[in-house]
Design a protein around this ligand. Structure first.
Ligand SMILES: [Zn+2]
Length: 250
């Protein structure tokens, strides 16, 4: 059965992508987002394909667009993280396509807490009849949308992506289902890839609860990624709070 949608994790292999910072590498974050969406579309029984499934695969622009062009899919979502100074998501679509899907993606990402910077099309400087981005220009009749989830070099965007990339990925799943008029169900709490931790051992949960009871951690977001390391600044905050606590008992 031909896929309705093909997902494209941006970059990969020797190309890490520019949307990289101290928290994540673009090619790895776009793969995590894409694999999450891939599993979710499968759960929803929506035929889906993907251009790469590991971080070692290098795809030339020719190979990548050929995969999309020959996939038989109606749509392609190409996942990226932006860089270069800005705040919020961007959705880029073809000059030959409508803004309907980009608008839904923008709305759903906003609802998931990521502001939108713009949705736009862009043409080649020397040819107003051709798309600027090869993912639009070389993917034939497939309706390709490039989603930039936020700016790696903006601290607010970067932290939001690092903490909530599953929610942002899910927002795009919701938008696509709405656009293609396919039945959408939210992820089951313990579904694989949903980011929940239904089977976390009690001793882990107790230890995490203790951090919150003691006021060492206050942001609820950390609870959702119990197996992820804290960034250095957050560790510093925890240690500082502990130090203050020990200096002023009671
Ligand atoms: Zn990119």
């Amino acid at each position: 059965m031909a896929p309705i949608l093909i997902l494209d994790p941006g970059h990969g292999g020797v190309d890490p992508g520019g949307g990289t910072n101290k928290l994540f590498v673009e090619k790895e974050m776009t793969l995590a987002i894409s694999l999450y969406q891939y599993r979710r579309f499968q759960e929803l029984q929506i035929p889906v394909a993907i251009t790469r499934t590991d971080n070692d695969t290098t795809l030339s622009s020719e190979a990548r667009t050929a995969l999309v062009r020959n996939s038989g899919a109606r749509c392609c979502i190409s996942n990226h993280i932006n860089a270069g100074g800005g705040r919020g998501s961007e959705v880029i679509y073809s000059i030959h396509a409508s803004a309907a899907l980009p608008r839904l993606i923008k709305d759903e990402l906003e609802a998931a807490g990521m502001p939108n910077r713009r949705i736009f099309t862009r043409t080649l400087p020397n040819n107003p009849n051709l798309d600027y981005y090869y993912m639009h220009r070389e993917t034939g009749s497939v309706e390709t949308v490039i989603v930039e989830y936020g700016f790696a070099d903006n601290p607010l965007d970067a932290e939001k992506i690092q903490l909530d990339w599953r929610e942002l990925a899910e927002a795009v799943v919701r938008a696509f289902c709405e656009y293609a008029q396919l039945a959408y169900r939210p992820p089951a709490p313990s579904a694989p890839g949903s980011g929940e931790n239904g089977d976390m051992p009690e001793w882990k949960r107790d230890a995490i609860d203790w951090m919150y009871e003691q006021g060492l951690l206050t942001t609820e977001d950390w609870r959702r990624q119990p197996d992820q390391p804290l960034p250095l600044w957050a560790e510093a905050v925890v240690l500082k709070r502990l130090y203050e606590k020990l200096r002023t008992p009671g």
